[in-house]
Structures are given as C-alpha cells and as structure tokens.
Design a protein around this ligand. Structure first.
Ligand code: C2O
Ligand code: CU
Length: 497
C-alpha cells in the first residue's frame, strides 16, 4: 500500500473532486459517436485490458464560462467547474474511468486524456475519434487507464486549451512503495485569456500579422519563432511565438503566489505538469536540488538536478527533501520574459517576490533526452518493422507549421500494422522547438531512453523514438504548441489491417 494517504495540496483553486469507487463492472454503454476505424479491434483491445471486477471511478466535468481570481486579477475565461486548474481526477491503474462531460460553453468542445493509452474512440479528438460535443449537450467518456502516472486532460478543439480548460489526472499504482511523505501537484501555464484578448484573437493575429511584428502580443519580427535579442538565452534556441502577460502556477500569478506548505525534512513528490500552449518552462526550487523520478508518468533512472526543462504537454515527477524556511518554486518562461512563482513554506522566512531568481535556474538543467527508462519500463529490444520520418518545418509569415510539408487535415496518415515495432524520427528543420506528442501510445526514446508521450525536439535536431503498435485506431500526432497544431503541425497514425 501507498504510505501516502493520497493527499494532494492544490493551493489557489483546485481541490480533489470526490471520486466514487464503485465495485463491479458496468456494461459499457457508450457507443462512441463519430468516425472510428475498426471498432471491433478497438473493443477487443479494450476487453483485453479489462479485468474481472474492474473498479469504476465516476466523475463529472462541466465546461463553462467562469470568472477566476488569478491573484488580484480577475479574468473571464472558460474552465472546468469553477476552479483553475479544473478538478483533480484520480484513479488506480486498471480502473475504469467514467467521466460525464457537460458542455455549457457557447461553442463545441471535447476532452482529450493526454498521455493515457486508452481505447481509440475515447481519445477525444473531433474529426478523428468522435463528433464534437455541441453546446448544451453531454458526452460520457469511459475508458480503462492502464498505466500509473501523472497525466492531464484538456479540450482537443481549437485553442481552447489556452483558456482555463485543463486539469490533472493522476493514475496511482496500488503496488507503488511511495517513498515520500507528501505530494504536491504543480500546474504551469502561460496566460492571456481575459486580459483584453482571447486565445482565438491571438491565433487570428498570428495568421494575419504576416510576420510584420507589429502585433503587441506577438514575439514578432523574427523568422520561424526565433527569439528577440533582449531575451535571456534559451537552451531551446527558439522561445515561442507569443509574449504572455502572465505565467501561472496552480492558477496564480507570480505576484500573488500559491503556497505549498510542508515540514523541514519531509520528502515530497512534486508532480509537475506543463499545461502551457506556447511556453516551455525552466523549473527550479530555490535552495534545493530535485531528483527526477518520472517523465510523462513513467519511471526514469533517478537524476538529481538543480533545474528541469519542461515542454508543453510534458509531465515530470520529482522528489525533494524540504529545508527549513520559505523558498521560491520558479517556472521561468524559457527564452521569454516572465515567470510563474509558488512559495514552498516549512518555517519562518520572507516571502519571495515575483522576480525572484534562484541560482539553481542557471546551474545544471536536464531534459528528457538526458534520462534513461528504468528496467521495468524500458522498451524491450527488438528489430524495427517500420520507420516513419516526420520532417518538422514552418514559418511565421505566413503562420503555418508542417509535418512532411503538409498541414493538417491535408495530410497522409502514417500507416502502421498491429504488432509492429515502429520508429518515428522527428526531424526538426525549423529554428523553433516542437514538443511532439503521440496519442494512445507511450514511446521509448531509442537506446533505452525515457518512456514518454511528448518529447521536445530542439531546433535543427532529430529525436528518434520507438513504439509498439498495440492500440488500434486512428491517433493524432502533433506538436503540443497548440498554435502550431492549429496551424497545421498535426498528422495521424493509422492502423491498417
Ligand atoms: Cu495534449 Cu493531442 O494533446
Ligand atoms: Cu511546434
């Protein structure tokens, strides 16, 4: 048993939603609307995952317009329920999640369960796996969550993720030893909604600015997302395309930070999620080193570091041993101006200010490409049956991002067959970094690297990953810069018989 009683401190908004564990397996009543490929194969794959007496976890999400206080600043946005982030959802590996989603927005939406290798028709991608959830209607997602880890959920509709529509999904491992005293969930976000512009305005401006750089919210002027000279140097080369007015940790601005409270000497597991749309974050806890234990939910050989770089859609679990005092947990927007701040407090000490810059930010830093999977989750060595190259390119003017010269939905699917070992080679031919995400599967970086579902591909670099084609369907594969994905940088992996 886990010696942590599943406490989760989410300060500044979200709390754990009451999840009801119901013994017994209910019939799967969700037909799954929309276009699905080989529904029989999807059902068979799901049946294989299911155990007798599968536990059922019920939850409800209401997507709706809300006003949120980010700390002195009240913004009107869209969220799940009335908190930012949305409710924390939690289940055990192997449980059946049944989540009713009510759409109280004025536009269609969807919910994608980022990182979960679930049945294809529950993946939440309109146009690929389901029909959009129309305003005033409801859709029930029902799927088995096979692997423990830190995940998150968000719409797969336009740039809705860049509003307040995101929340964390933790899948616990009932067999995990849990060598820690407490747990914090830390969600990072870049924020513009309700500050005079919406993410849809931003996208429209990016598309119409023609690279003039005149747009106030735009990093502007430079080709292909390279950063302005005034910016702090970025290990990613490119910074992002949008200058955000705020960076949030757990829904709070750096001027009014969330506080995480602990005791000196405690070992805390921090689950860090980057829910940003256009920002990678450099994360450090002042006065502490962090030991990274998981990447995208899957265990890695522990690495101890001062700082961590986390791309959009990535998650890392780190363990820290708390010192006595008040310390800043800083998420610095890589290559941009600004940062998110939270305060870790175990005793007396002055509150860190919004511009605090812990020395750890400029010391050792790790990316997932520096990590190794643990023996248990390393992809077994095997010959590659099929290889797909994904050439990533794009431009700021016009604002278009491509995979293999194509923009979604005018793309040729990457065809795979059930049972194959597939190698994907992400070849970045642009000066911008791209966090590439594959739905429905966990890949392994080649040569025993981390098991993941989202990996940063730095400018002009290639990252190779392997996956086992064992989850039939049609799966979105895209850049997790949501503006890039919406401007073409998306394709599909398609199973063919
Ligand atoms: Cu967070 Cu298509 O993914
Ligand atoms: Cu991208």
């Amino acid at each position: 048993m886990n010696n942590v009683d599943r406490r989760t401190l989410l300060v500044g908004g979200a709390g754990a939603v009451g999840l009801l564990g119901l013994g017994g397996l209910a019939a799967c009543g969700q037909p799954g609307s929309g276009a699905t490929v080989t529904p029989g194969a999807i059902r068979r794959a799901e049946d294989k995952r299911r155990k007798a007496n599968q536990n059922v976890v019920n939850a409800r999400l209401v997507a709706q317009p809300i006003a949120v206080n980010l700390g002195g600043l009240v913004v009107h946005t869209w969220g799940y329920g009335d908190s930012l982030p949305g409710p924390l959802l939690r289940a055990n590996a192997g449980d059946l999640l049944r989540v009713k989603v009510d759409n109280k927005l004025s536009t269609s939406t969807s919910v994608h369960w980022h990182g979960i290798a679930l049945r294809n028709d529950m993946d939440g991608v309109p146009g690929i796996t389901q029909d959009p959830i129309k305003p005033g209607t409801r859709f029930t997602y029902e799927f088995t969550a096979p692997d423990p880890g830190t995940y998150f959920y968000h719409p797969h509709s336009g740039v809705q993720l860049d509003r307040g529509l995101y929340g964390v999904l933790v899948i616990d491992d009932p067999a995990e030893p849990g060598a820690y005293d407490d747990e914090w969930v830390v969600v990072l976000d870049d924020w513009i909604d309700g500050t005079g512009r919406t993410p849809d305005d931003v996208l429209k401006d990016l598309r119409s600015s023609g690279g003039s750089g005149q747009d106030s919210g735009h990093m502007g002027g430079m080709d292909m997302g390279s950063m302005g000279e005034s910016m702090q140097s970025s290990i990613l080369g490119g910074a992002g395309d949008i200058a955000y007015p705020h960076f949030l940790i757990n829904g709070r601005t750096s001027g009014s930070p969330a506080t995480l409270t602990g005791k000196p000497g405690q070992r805390v597991r921090i689950r860090i999620v980057n829910a940003g749309s256009d920002t990678a974050f450099r994360v450090a806890l002042g006065g502490h080193q962090m030991t990274v234990t998981h990447s995208d939910g899957f265990p890695v050989e522990p690495v101890t570091t001062d700082a961590l770089l986390i791309g959009m859609g990535e998650r890392y679990d780190v363990t820290v041993t708390l010192r006595d005092g008040a310390f800043p947990l800083v998420a610095s927007a890589e290559g941009k101006k600004g940062q998110g701040v939270a305060v870790v407090r175990t005793g007396a000490g002055r509150e860190p200010g919004p511009d605090v810059h812990p020395a750890e930010l400029d010391r050792s830093i790790v990316l997932s490409t520096d990590m190794k999977a643990t023996d248990r989750v390393r992809l077994p060595a095997r010959d590659v049956d099929r290889q797909h190259d994904l050439r990533l390119s794009g431009s700021m003017a016009p604002y278009r991002w491509k995979i293999n010269g194509q923009t979604f939905p005018d793309t040729d699917p990457l065809v795979v067959h059930q049972g194959e070992r597939v190698r994907l080679r992400f070849q970045n031919h642009s000066m911008m970094f791209h966090p590439m995400h594959v739905h429905g599967h966990t890949f392994g970086l080649t040569a025993g690297g981390a098991r993941k579902d989202t990996v940063i591909v730095r400018p002009m670099q290639t990252v190779e990953v392997d996956l086992d084609a064992n989850n039939p369907g049609q799966w979105a594969t895209h850049c997790h810069n949501i503006y890039h994905a919406e401007s073409g940088m998306m394709t599909t992996i398609r199973y063919e018989q």
